[in-house]
Design a protein around this ligand. Structure first.
Ligand code: ZN
Length: 149
């Protein structure tokens, strides 16, 4: 699959759909229940290959899970990627803005936010069984977006 994603650094938000409830272990964080529905996972990509390389990692299934999302990833589908380029971009202000979206809630404290410098409760946010992606992108000031089949 060829994705029109930049190979430069930046931040991204993966819009992730879990088709059924799941109960799974997230590395050393512990074992949790994840209800079916829509999630967003926010991160930054400052390594080689930039945003494109990191998103490609998340689109495939990791043989050896590293990021918290790698543990949840096999149970769901990534439906869209929001992103912004720039070497100085931090995902945390984006997470704080996402948390003010009406249906946003944190289910697992510390998920994806171990390296977080701005006290985000998590970088994984649950939106409920249904949600309006268009309303979310508008809420976030219309970042760039691509849809995944
Ligand atoms: Zn953060």
């Amino acid at each position: 699959m060829t994705l029109a994603l930049p190979t430069t650094p930046g931040i991204y938000g993966l819009i992730f759909w879990l088709s059924q409830d799941c109960h799974t272990r997230i590395g050393r964080l512990g074992t949790y229940n994840f209800p079916a529905g829509w999630y967003g996972y926010w991160g930054s990509a400052h390594g080689p290959g930039g945003i494109a390389a990191r998103v490609r990692h998340h689109l495939s299934l990791a043989a050896r899970p590293h990021w918290h999302l790698d543990f949840l990833r096999p149970y769901g589908h990534i439906k869209a990627v929001l992103f912004e380029t720039g070497s100085d971009r931090l995902e945390c202000p984006w997470v704080h803005q996402v948390l003010t979206f009406p249906s946003a809630q944190v289910l697992v404290y510390g998920f994806g936010s171990q390296d977080c410098s701005q006290n985000c409760p998590a970088h994984l946010i649950y939106f409920g069984a249904s949600f309006d992606l268009h309303a979310l992108t508008k809420h976030l000031g219309n970042p760039r977006i691509i849809f995944i089949n």
